[in-house]
Ligand binder design. Structure first.
Ligand SMILES: Nc1ncnc2c1ncn2[C@@H]1O[C@H](COP(=O)(O)OP(=O)(O)O)[C@@H](O)[C@H]1O
Ligand SMILES: [Mg+2]
Length: 412
């Protein structure tokens, strides 16, 4: 076997002796993830996790160049018209949302499998393409055309890929590379693999979340969909590393926007991925095939992106600030009297309240209070699971500009 086709080509796969800068960053991520959403009522947090999932779906598909707007995603979750000319994009967005929802739910129930296990990764790909049309699965270009089988690794020459300037392993080597990937990135290794694998340490898992993200894309095991699947895998790894914060943040917004903001920030993800593709640069650059420095650069950037996203989400979900923005929403809507803010504040703090409590909360007579409640449910800001049941907060897309500024780029 030539050196280039040996799976150890992905070494160094992990950060073995982290610099103090990387250690400090990892501690910061852990501390911030633990605080995120702590003050929120579980019902409010669950509704926010839904908003975050739509956001993650939007950004992860945007990185692929698929611009499916948040409002479209929200509507598509309720069903997609058969003749809709953006049907394929919507199918893809809904699938992404559902896969993440499943990850979040399994993380909450403590039944999430090892996110580096090959069955799990292949299932992510299968589920992401569930419902995809033949057109969506057709890979064409470079004098070839074939239909991708969801959940199956690349195989055969015609499924070889290029990623920018990087040439991933030949398709017939993917199974071996992924077996090696699992040995190096298993969070829950078999006893005889423990020495090589990540294991239970939280900081080791956090570094592995970053490096596995790159090494997975470096292998590029599927003909297409690697980026989206890797971002879902990273989301699952965040949960498994204990920094998932109940689904209240996710990595895709950060990968899409970078740290610098604007066009420069949008280019960062690809730039840092390319750093980590670099071959080892001489004696002082580790002992693997690839550059240790390049991997450390990527990992530092990835963790700073995590910190930035956690800070931003923390600022959005701060109880006082969110209460203030709910009030601003009411102030800006002439049809809503000032008392509406009291109802929203009550739902924010208590998670839910009974409809019959509206007169007491607002100080309004029964009929006016009932009319106000109806106005807020019509706006989509309050809702209940049963018709007469207790109401809780919702975060409809049309209100996000005011409630969560900068969650999306302007004008989407
Ligand atoms: N230089 C690089 N090295 C490794 N991976 C890269 C590089 N540049 C981009 N990528 C990854 O490749 C992904 C695109 O691969 P692709 O299979 O088309 O995934 P998707 O269809 O989900 O976007 C990007 O989202 C990124 O994660
Ligand atoms: Mg693609």
């Amino acid at each position: 076997m030539t050196a280039i086709e040996a799976p150890s080509r992905i070494e160094p796969a992990r950060i073995e002796n982290p610099s103090s800068e990387l250690v400090d960053l990892s501690l910061e991520v852990v501390a911030k993830a633990e605080l995120l959403g702590r003050a929120l009522h579980p019902e409010t947090a669950a509704q926010l996790a839904r908003t975050v999932r739509i956001m993650n779906t939007y950004y992860s598909n945007l990185i692929e160049g698929h611009n499916t707007r948040p409002r479209e995603i929200e509507q598509a979750l309720d069903g997609i018209e058969p003749l809709d000319d953006r049907r394929d994009l919507k199918i893809e967005a809904v699938a992404h949302y559902r896969v993440q929802q499943n990850i979040d739910e399994r993380a909450a129930a403590a039944t999430l499998p090892d996110p580096a296990s090959l069955d799990f990764i292949r299932q992510l790909h299968r589920d992401f393409y569930a419902g995809a049309t033949e057109k969506m699965l057709t890979i064409a270009g470079n004098n070839r055309s074939f239909i991708m089988v969801p959940g199956e690794w690349r195989r055969g020459n015609e499924q070889d890929v290029e990623v920018g300037r990087h040439l991933p392993p030949a398709s017939d080597r993917v199974a071996d590379f992924m077996a090696y990937f699992h040995r190096r990135f298993a969070f829950e290794p078999e006893s005889n693999e423990k020495m090589l694998a990540v294991g239970p340490s939280r900081s080791a898992r956090l570094f592995a979340m970053a490096t596995a993200h790159h090494r997975f894309n470096y292998i590029h095991p599927f003909p297409d969909g690697n980026g989206r699947v890797s971002r879902l895998m990273s989301h699952a790894m965040a949960h498994a590393a204990g920094i998932g914060a109940h689904g209240l943040w996710s990595i895709s917004r950060g990968l899409a926007r970078g740290l610098a903001g604007g066009p420069k920030g949008r280019a960062e993800y690809k730039e840092y991925m390319a750093w980590a593709d670099e071959q080892r640069q001489g004696e002082r650059d580790g002992r693997g095939n690839l550059s240790r420095k390049g991997l450390e650069l990527f990992t530092g950037w990835f963790l700073r992106v995590c910190v930035d996203q956690l800070d931003y989400m923390g600022s959005l979900f701060d109880l006082d600030a969110l209460g203030g923005r709910l009030k601003r929403y009411v102030d800006r809507h002439e049809t809503l009297p000032a008392e509406a803010a009291r109802l929203l504040q009550e739902a924010l703090v208590r998670g839910a309240f009974e409809r019959g409590e509206a007169p007491r909360i607002t100080g309004l007579p029964e009929r006016s209070a009932r009319r106000l409640l109806k106005a807020l449910t019509d706006e989509g800001l309050l809702a209940s699971t049963t018709e007469k049941g207790a109401v809780s907060l919702r975060f409809p897309t049309h209100a996000l500009d005011i409630l969560f500024p900068r969650l999306y780029p302007e004008g989407v």
